[in-house]
Structure formats: structure tokens, C-alpha cells
Design a protein around this ligand. Structure first.
Ligand code: SF4
Length: 246
């Protein structure tokens, strides 16, 4: 296992600020494979990263978190992109120990306790999948949310996992230019007003011309992130389940 001191990681991260995403992905693959995986929500803006992975290291595992609450369009798009790019997609599901709880209360969770819902359906499955790996490639960009604006290209989580964010300095325009250049498909809900697509109960269409691509996510709530890219990823469950007791 390769070890990096905090200084080494910071220095490399600074160097990568001016590097092309492909160079950062190639470095991550050379440095951490086979203990490396990518995450993707298979949205329109996911396509550049997925296309680069297919070009650079097609056998790399791409984790797709199947919350059980996706739009069917997302599931079909995930299948299409996997087949067209020849990706090695691995679906992640909520831990089986929550099966009865989610069967009884799963429909209420998105509206009554979205943080708990995201934790059980997204964060915990990824924590488990990443627990045996050294590094994780994510497609977040600084222009997406305030939390993402503070991210670094290389980050270390509390458990030692190194997160690699090769597209951090890309803009929405960069994504669109790359998609056009390589004729990459769009998620079917994009043309219906969904620039960012999460789970069905928590995603609304946005008005044409809205700059904030995540404006339709958890609309009307003070929530912009599911927790995969925030401090929630380093936590264990801390939310009271009392209100859901039978
Ligand atoms: S996005 Fe909504 S439905 Fe999906 S896990 Fe989070 S709260 Fe639950």
C-alpha cells in the first residue's frame, strides 16, 4: 500500500490544479489500482468522467448507488451508458439489515428525514464498498455547490481513503463542450428540465435558464448534498430512529 504524508498529498494536489483530468485519472489508476474505484450517479454531467475512464482504464470499477428511489429513466440511462462505453459498473444497495425498516418506513423517509434516508440509501453503502479500497475517483466540480467549491483535488478521509476529484476545476461549459466533442448522450430527463437528477422524490425540474444545475435537488429544503461529498461520509449513523418505532 502506498502511503502519502499530508504534505505530500497537499503538494500533489496543488500540482494537479493545472493538470488535465485525464492526467489525474491516469495517475490515480497507476498509483492505486486495483484498490481504486469510481463513483457515478449516471447523469448527463457524469458522461465526461465515464468516457475518460473508458479510455484510460475500462476495467476500473464504477460504483452506482441504487437507492431504490431512482427515476426509471436513470436506470435505463445507466444500462445504456454501461453498454456503450463498456464500463465495469457495480451496483451498491442499502445494507440488508435495513430491509424491514425501509419496507415499513422507506416511503416516508425522503420527506420526513432526508438526511437519514440519504445516509441509509447512499452514504452507508458507499462507506462499506470503499472500506477495503485505497482511493476513490469522484466527478464533483467546484462550480456545483458551496461545499464542493471548498474541495481539493486530492483529499484524505478520516479512515485514510484518498479521494481524487479530477474534474474539480471544470465548469458546466467544459462538460458541455466535452460531451459535444465526443457525441456523448444526455440523460433523458435533461430535456424535461432536470439538469441534475437524483432520486425521484427529491428532484424537481428547474425553470429554463436557471444557472444552478442543482437547484431542483431537495427543492424547498436547506439541503444541497446527499452526504457523499460532505463530512457525513466520515460519520456513522447519528440520527434518532425513535419517531419511526412501531
Ligand atoms: S435523495 Fe431523497 S430518496 Fe434519495 S436517498 Fe436522499 S432523501 Fe432518500
Amino acid at each position: 500500500m502506498l502511503e502519502f504524508t499530508d504534505d505530500e498529498l497537499r503538494h500533489l494536489s496543488q500540482e494537479f490544479e493545472s493538470a488535465a483530468p485525464q492526467a489525474i485519472i491516469a495517475w490515480a489508476a497507476d498509483t492505486f489500482c486495483p484498490d481504486l474505484a469510481v463513483t457515478s450517479s449516471f447523469q448527463t454531467q457524469s458522461l465526461p468522467l465515464l468516457h475518460m475512464i473508458a479510455e484510460i482504464r475500462p476495467h476500473l470499477r464504477v460504483f452506482f448507488i441504487d437507492t431504490g428511489m431512482h427515476f426509471w429513466e436513470t436506470l435505463l440511462f445507466r444500462e445504456r451508458v454501461q453498454q456503450e462505453l463498456g464500463l465495469n459498473v457495480v451496483d451498491l444497495y442499502p445494507d440488508d439489515r435495513w430491509r424491514v425498516f425501509l419496507r415499513n418506513f422507506g416511503r416516508r423517509l425522503p420527506s420526513e428525514d432526508p438526511n437519514l434516508c440519504c445516509y441509509l440509501r447512499k452514504v452507508q453503502p458507499l462507506q462499506k464498498a470503499m472500506s477495503e479500497l485505497q482511493a476513490w475517483v469522484s466527478g464533483i466540480r467546484r462550480d456545483q455547490t458551496a461545499a464542493r467549491a471548498r474541495a481539493q483535488i486530492l483529499e484524505r478521509h478520516a479512515n485514510g481513503l484518498i479521494k481524487v476529484n479530477p474534474l474539480l476545476n471544470w465548469t458546466k461549459a467544459d462538460v458541455e463542450a466535452y460531451r459535444a466533442r465526443y457525441h456523448l448522450p444526455a440523460h433523458p430527463l435533461l430535456e424535461k428540465g432536470y439538469p441534475s437528477v437524483g432520486c425521484a422524490p427529491c428532484t424537481q425540474p428547474v425553470s429554463p435558464g436557471t444557472d444552478d444545475e442543482r437547484a431542483g435537488r431537495w427543492k424547498g429544503r436547506d439541503k444541497r448534498e446527499c452526504g457523499l461529498h460532505t463530512e457525513m461520509f466520515d460519520k456513522t449513523i447519528s440520527v434518532s430512529l425513535e419517531r419511526f418505532s412501531t
